[in-house]
Design a protein around this ligand. Sequence first.
Ligand code: LHQ
Length: 253
Amino acid sequence: MTITLERDGKIAILTLNRPERMNAFIRAMHDDLASALDDLEASPPHVLILTGAGRGFCAGQDLGERYAQIQAGETIHLGASLSETYNRNLTRLAALPSLVISAVNGVAAGAGVGLAMIGDLIMASQKAQFMLAFNKVGLGPDAGVSLHLPQRIGIQRALGLVLTGKPLDAATAKEWGLVWEVTPPEDLLPQAKALAASLAEGSLAAQLSSKRLMRQVSPDLATTLTLEAAGQEPLGLSDFYTQAVVAFSTKAK
Ligand code: LHQ
């Protein structure tokens, strides 16, 4: 399974499980995430922890999957692809009547940063890095990044990270307000679980009300996701994107 879901009382842990590809998203992973969401919606935990297996959190879209499509001569429609996969699942994840803690164990890139920011609180290992890699492959932000990144760190830093693609280390991410807590790598999950356990002792109704009020913005996430998908569609058809995918996927292996 590319996604695993474990439960421990009022806490659930959802782990992205493609460690050999830094947990980059392929189509099957979206389907597995949708199944995990069925389970979570049927019985919502008080606190959900999101994390990644192995040394990465999530490298965003799997460029190998796109490369295969390019090789097969397929036209890549990123707008439709986003609407059917990321947007649907991220909207469901954000709508869970649960608190969400992202435990970012390693690199988060592209849509992986978007996923992390679905978390109400982000905890990061000292080894975590946040890479807004979109422009590097000729794309703009998606997966809610254009909404959540400026909201968390301000427009200047957000735009700077997106335009330069410069990786943000965990300590700076905390200083900039993207991350709540930075821990040694081995302490990340234990500390995320301890935080989850303490939150799970509180009033869920009060916490959900706080989350709803403090995360509400205009335009909302669903509108943003739709706008992002529309923006991404023509970029996915560009030569720049095709060449970036080919270059990444054919690098000396
Ligand atoms: C990968 C990937 C990857 C495939 C590592 N794909 N294999 C969203 C939705 C819809 C449409 C379009 O786009 C989007 C937005 C996006 O998400 S765009 C951003 C896509 N992601 C990236 O551009 C990140 C690409 N990856 C990297 O820059 C590096 O791999 C990072 C910085 C993540 C990790 O670097 P390292 O720590 O040096 O590890 P590595 O590069 O050796 O990666 C380990 C393996 O994972 C490696 O495979 P290999 O067979 O050589 O061991 C990579 O090829 C593979 N991998 N990311 N996105």
